[in-house]
Design a protein around this ligand. Structure first.
Ligand code: FES
Length: 349
């Protein structure tokens, strides 16, 4: 590729500049600049676009007052959608598009396209000012004696380099790492200590009493906690947060999975109360569908289908707790949850 040699240029002090301004290319007139008929045609085109925009705006207002908000239209591919929203969206879209298209066409065909140069003053300071600044800097360095006292210079650099390290100790205030604590809940305590065959009585969170199967009423949620977990326990709040469960009675034939049948007792199922999205407590139950809704971001779990996510941002099912009934006729949990409860990132704990 051939490169044209640029002319040499000189700055105000006569020094050689690294490149020269090639200047603006010569202006080439457009058809509309030299042909009055073409200019008139462009004018009509621009006006037509503005006119269409006006009609679309009138259509927008007419749609708003004349279309019922419950009317629907069947659109291929999209299915049934609201007729009013459709009309408002289309008319407003056309109105805005035509204003934009008209303005661009006007600018490209009829407004002047001659490039102009705005002269600016030199950004670089005058040589005298630059020399004065350098002189002042050198005077300051000499007054501080930093150049003559290397001991001070080196120790100052060392001190400034080390002082940010003191921020590292603040990391300790973030608390100890959780280790594997998030993988287990209080429901597994008996299993870990070889007590009661690893089973734990299920205690009603409100009354503090053990629950019998007949206490679980169809259509309502019963909140519960493990036997032995009281405020006297070390880390009670943390353990309670992980171990909280809810019990629901379903008709056995409504249960969709065989695992769930095996883990339930006469249609009673127990699930973690902690949402697997980011850990909100769940408590909204739809009796007809057996869906459990998290109020935080609307994750919805199907209690009749292994707690599967049917809607929302949660990435995994609600952990189920296997339950049975003791010789005395009380509901009890058979060991711990089979998977970590709570948000998915707890699994990495
Ligand atoms: S915490 Fe439940 S949906 Fe976000």
């Amino acid at each position: 590729m051939s490169q044209e040699k640029l002319p040499e240029a000189h700055g105000p002090a006569g020094e050689l500049e690294p490149f020269a301004d090639p200047g603006l290319p010569e202006h080439e007139p457009r058809r509309t600049d030299i042909d009055e008929k073409a200019a008139k045609r462009a004018e009509r085109q621009v006006s037509l676009l503005f006119l269409i925009s006006m009609l679309a705006t009138i259509g927008f207002i007419a749609s708003y007052v004349s279309i019922d908000k419950y009317d629907t239209v069947d659109i291929f591919f999209f299915g049934k959608i609201g007729a009013l929203n459709m009309a408002l969206g289309c008319t407003l879209g056309v109105a805005l598009f035509c204003i934009g298209a008209g303005a661009i066409h006007w600018a490209r065909t009829l407004m002047t396209d001659e490039e102009i140069v705005q002269e600016r003053h030199e950004l670089k300071s005058a040589p005298a000012d630059r020399e004065a600044a350098i002189r002042e800097f050198q005077q300051g360095a000499s007054d501080s004696s930093i150049g003559r006292r290397p001991l001070i210079r080196r120790t100052m650099i060392g001190a400034m380099a080390l002082v940010p390290l003191s921020g590292v100790v603040l990391l300790r205030d973030l608390g100890p790492l959780p280790g594997t604590k998030l993988r287990h809940t209080f429901w597994g305590e008996n299993a870990r200590h070889g007590v009661n065959n690893g089973n734990t009585l299920i205690i009603n969170e409100n009354t503090g009493k053990p629950l019998r199967p007949s206490d679980i009423i169809k259509g309502s949620l019963t909140m519960a906690k493990p036997d032995g977990l009281t405020v006297e326990n070390h880390e009670y709040l943390e353990e309670m947060g992980k171990a909280a469960i809810l019990l629901v009675r379903l008709e056995p034939d409504e249960i969709k999975s065989t695992k769930q049948l095996d883990w339930s007792y006469e249609g009673i199922v127990a699930y973690s109360k902690i949402c697997t999205h980011v850990g909100c407590p769940i408590g909204l139950y739809e009796q007809q569908t057996h869906h459990l809704l998290c109020p935080c971001h609307q994750s919805t779990f199907d209690l009749a289908d292994d707690g599967a996510v049917v809607f929302g941002p949660a990435a995994r099912s609600l952990p189920q707790l296997k339950i049975s009934v003791s010789n005395e006729g009380y509901l009890e949990a058979v060991g711990d949850f089979a998977e970590p409860v709570g948000p998915s990132f707890w699994e990495r704990g």
